[in-house]
Design a protein around this ligand. Sequence first.
Ligand code: WTA
Length: 687
Amino acid sequence: KVKKNVSRKVKFKVKKKVSRKVKPKVKKKVSRKVKSKVKNDIEKELIFKTRPEWIKAALVNKTKYQKKYSDSIKNNNEFWKKEGKRITWIKPYKKIKNVKYSKTDVKIKWYEDGTLNASSNCIDRHLKDKKDKTAIIWVGDNPNDTRKISYKQLHSEVSKAANGLKKLGIKKGDRVTIYLTMIPELAITMLACARIGAIHSIIFGGFLAESISGRINDCESEYIITSDEGVRGGKIIPLKINVDEALINCPNVKKCIVIKRTGNYINWVDGRDVWYEDLIKDVSNKCEPEEMNAEDPLFILYTSGSTGKPKGVLHTTGGYMVYASMTHQYIFNYKPRDVYWCTADIGWVTGHSYIIYGPLANGATTIMHEGVPNYPDWSRWWQIIDKYKVNIFYTAPTAIRSIMREGDKYVKKTSRKSLKLLGTVGEPINPEAWLWYYKTVGNSKCPIVDTWWQTETGGILISPQTGAINLKPGSATKPFYGIKPSIIDKNGKEIKGAGEGRLCISQSWPGQMRTVYGDHQRFIDTYFSQFDGKYFTGDGAKRDKDGYYWITGRVDDVIIVSGHNLGTAEIESAFVAHEKVAESAVVGYPHDIKGNGLYCYVTLNVGEEPNGELERDLKLWVRKQIGPLATPDIIHFSPGLPKTRSGKIMRRILRKIAANEHDQLGDTSTLADPSVVQSLVDNRKNI
Ligand code: WTA
C-alpha cells in the first residue's frame, strides 16, 4: 500500500516537473503543426470554385441563378405562379399566395383554389412514360435482401393499401400514425394515406412507448400502422411490443394494422389488431385518388422544441409538393437517369421530402436502406453505392464523422465512381469532415451541397447550386429561389451586408409549415412573436462579405464568454479539426469571472488514448484556431456522447452534467443509448 502511495505521489511530481519542462517544446511542436494545418485547411478561407465540368453538368449557371433568384424575390407571385405548374393539378389554381405574417396573426396559404393529389403526383403521372422505371430500390439490412419496385408496381401496391385503409373506415382528414422501420410498406402506406386524403403522422422506429402514445394522443389519431418487428444493423427492434405498450395509454385507437417483417411471434389483441396482408388480400389494385385542396393537410411530423412537448408540424398538399419537387431537382441537380440515395430515415422530415415526395414527384429512382452504415461492416454504404451505381448521395455530418473515425480503409475498398454529387443536412458540417467527404468519399470530383433547412420549412432553404455557386466548406452558401433570409442583431435590427445574428426568413415560401397541429397560438408564439413580419428559425447565422450564410447553431446553444458570443458549432468544429478527435460537444457552465466557461466533451478516434498532454494540446489547438476567448476550460474525454436517435447531440443533458445537476436531467427517453449518461456523470470533471 505504502509503495503504491509513494509511487503515485512521485509520479505526480515527476509529471508536473516534466510537463513544465516539456511545455515550451510541446507548444512549439503543436503550434507548428497547427500552423500548417490551419493554413492549409481552415484559416485561409477555403473556396472550391465551380469547375467547368460541374458547370457543364449543372441545371443552372451563375448568371441564370442570379437572374432567377432576383426575379423570384422581386416578382414573387409571378415566380411561384409559373413554378407551381411543375405539379399536376386536378383543378388548376388561380390564386397564388395569401399570407399574413405578424406578431399576433399568422395565416399562410398557397395555391388555395387549386386541387390535386400528392400520391398521384408521385405515381400516376409517371405511368405514361415511366411505368417500368424503378421508383424505389429497397436495400435490406441483410445485403442479400433487396427489391426493386417499378412505378407501375408502386401504383398497384399503393392502391391496394389505400383500398385496405378505406375498408377499415379510414377517410379524408383522419390521422393515421405510422410506426415502422425502413421497409417498403413505409413508403407504400404513407402514399396510400395521401391517396385517400388521410393525414399521416410518421413516428421514427427508434422511439419508444411514451413518445408514441404522446404523439398519437396529441393528434387524436385512431389508427396505427406498424410491423411485428423491425430489423436494423442485425438487431431486432420490437415494434409491436412498443406499440402494445403505447396503446395502453391511447384509448381512442380503434385499429392497429400489422405488417409482417420477421414473422416472429407477437402478442395479438383481437378486434383491434389487423394483419396488413389480410387487409390487402382481396381488394382492387385500383383506387381513384381523392381530390384534395392545395391547403388540405398532407402530414403531421413531430419535432422537439427548446421547451414543452414535441410540436406537431403541419404541412399541406399543394405548396409542399411544389417546393419538395423543385428543391430536389435544382439542388441535387437531378437528371432523369440518376440513381438517388438519401440515407435519412423516413421518420424524419429529410426522409419525407427527399426520399419520398420530392424524388418521386420528379419520377426519380430513390433508394431506401433498411440498415445502418456499419452493418455488416463499415463499408456497407460504399458497397451500396457501387452496387446500384448511385449518382447522388445525401447524408448527415454526424454519419460522416463516425465513418471518418474508423479510417479510410473501408471507403478505399470501393470505387464510388458513379457518384456525381454529395449532400449533407442536419447540422453545421465542420470543414475537416467536409474535406474528408470531398476527398475520400467523392474522390475529389463531386461538389458538396450543404443544405440548411428544418422540419418546419418543408424543404431546403439555403444551399449551393453546384453550377452557380462556389463552395466554402462549412457554409450552406446562398438562399434558394424565393427565400429571403434576414439576420437580426441583438437589438432586433436587421443587419444589412456582412454580420452575425439571428436567422429569420422575411417572406413565405410554398413549403412552409402552416400551423402547429391543434395549437395555432403556439405556432405564432414560437416562430412569429419575436420579430414582426418575420419567421424566426431559432438558428444563428453569419453573412460574410460575399453574401454567404454560415449557420452558427441553435441560438440557445450560444455560449456567452466574457460578454462575447461563441457558437458551440465553431468550437466543436475546431476540436474535430484535430487529427486525434472524432467528435465533440461544448456547453457553457457558470463561471465566476467570465460569466460562462467552456466545458468540452471530446471523443477521440479509435486507438487514441486520453492523457494530460493531449488535453493541453487540445486547449492550445482550439485557442489557436478561434482565439484566446475560446480556450476550453475543461476537457472531459468520453467514449460517447448522448444523442437522440436521429443523431443530434443532447446538449441539455451535457449542460446539466457540467453544472453538476445530474439529478435534474429531465426527459432522457429520446436518447439512443441511455447508458452514455451514467458514464459521463461518473467521470465528470470538477469545475
Ligand atoms: C440544423 C432537419 C447547419 C439547424 C432538416 C436547424 C443545420 C435544425 C443544417 C433543423 C445545415 C439543419 N447546417 N445546421 N446544413 N441543416 N441544421 O428540424 O439548427 O431535424 O434549425 O430538420 O438542424 O433540424 P430538423
